[in-house]
Write a protein that binds this ligand. Structure first.
Ligand code: ZN
Length: 318
């Protein structure tokens, strides 16, 4: 059995789409690589950010639900998303986050790295993790952040769990992850390849309360499948572990299956193909509203429901 080679994407909840774009694209320098709608709720945007190409392991997506209450982080949720940075960009990022009013927390040491914790405009926890040799991604050269200080792809995610064992079993026996080590309540697992987004940390909180889903919550995390055959093989393994899993769902840019792990977190397995260039040229990614073919005949109606957004980078962020 071939393992998953890391995270494909992470999906979270925001409220205001413009604040979301201004923060992820303009402050963090993550390129808006797809503007579409939530396929299950086409009156809501689905915004995708990533490297220049929208490579797996760099893709963070949001549903901006304008009337959702703020979430309260707790057990059964993904508690943080971390990105890789060069160790020499620490002071650049501390200064940049402060400059735009996002106060970074105290630097933490974690395994071999230093970590800058901070929060996005909805309170979602993010981390920049120093990585001496970050996994290669295609940095946005003309973006708001100078390429030498750019954020690379994901480092990984942290999950808050009541107990470690059941999620650890799925990571190692279904997704092919390996146990790397333990530091305090943090149990680290990693995909056995050098890609962006290979780390999953399980944070053991035996007495922690459950989370309340809302703005700033991470909705699900998606792992990579090489192709549909690989995805179906992984699906069989999930079923063999007694976990219910969806049929394959067409998300236009990838195909997905979903299952909820016993610890409460929603996992997805998404195919690398066909990717984000199926309906836009690379240079134009994200610049127009893309709809899947089955919504095209309702485009006018859908566009009228969506709030206007500004995608261009303002000089103040350069
Ligand atoms: Zn997803």
């Amino acid at each position: 059995m071939k393992s998953s080679v890391g995270l494909h994407h992470v999906t979270a909840v925001a409220r205001d789409p413009q604040k979301n774009i201004d923060f992820y694209q303009q402050v963090l320098g993550q390129r808006l690589i797809k503007t579409t709608v939530n396929f299950d709720d086409p009156g809501t945007y689905h915004l995708y950010y990533g490297d220049w190409l929208g490579s797996p392991g760099t893709i963070l997506t949001f549903f901006p639900w304008q009337h959702v209450k703020p979430g309260v982080l707790g057990n059964g949720e993904t508690s943080a998303l971390s990105y890789q940075i060069d160790p020499q960009s620490i002071s650049f990022w501390q200064a940049r986050l402060k400059q735009f009013g996002f106060m970074p927390g105290k630097i933490e040491s974690r395994f071999e790295s230093e970590v800058i914790p901070f929060q996005d405009p909805e309170g979602m926890r993010l981390e920049l993790v120093t990585t001496p040799s970050p996994a290669p991604v295609t940095v946005w050269k003309d973006g708001p952040v100078p390429p030498e200080s750019a954020i690379f792809g994901f480092d990984g995610v942290s999950l808050w769990v009541d107990e470690v064992e059941s999620t650890a079993t799925l990571l190692t026996q279904v997704l092919g992850y390996q146990f790397i080590g333990q530091a305090g309540q943090r149990y680290r697992y990693a995909a056995p390849e050098k890609n962006a987004g290979t780390i999953v940390d399980l944070i053991h909180r035996p007495t922690g309360s459950r989370g309340q889903f809302g703005a700033g919550s991470i909705h699900h995390i998606a792992f990579r499948a090489k192709d549909t055959e690989h995805q179906l093989a992984l699906r069989d393994l999930v079923l063999q572990h007694g976990i219910g899993v969806t049929e394959v769902i067409n998300r236009s840019y990838f195909k997905s299956i979903y299952f909820r792990v016993p610890a409460g977190i929603l996992f997805e397995i998404a195919t690398d193909q066909p990717g984000f260039s199926i309906d836009e040229k690379t240079e134009e990614l994200g610049q127009r509203l893309c709809l899947p073919p089955w919504f095209e005949d309702r485009r006018d109606q859908i566009e009228a429901l969506l709030p206007p957004i500004r995608r261009t980078v303002e000089p103040v962020y350069k």
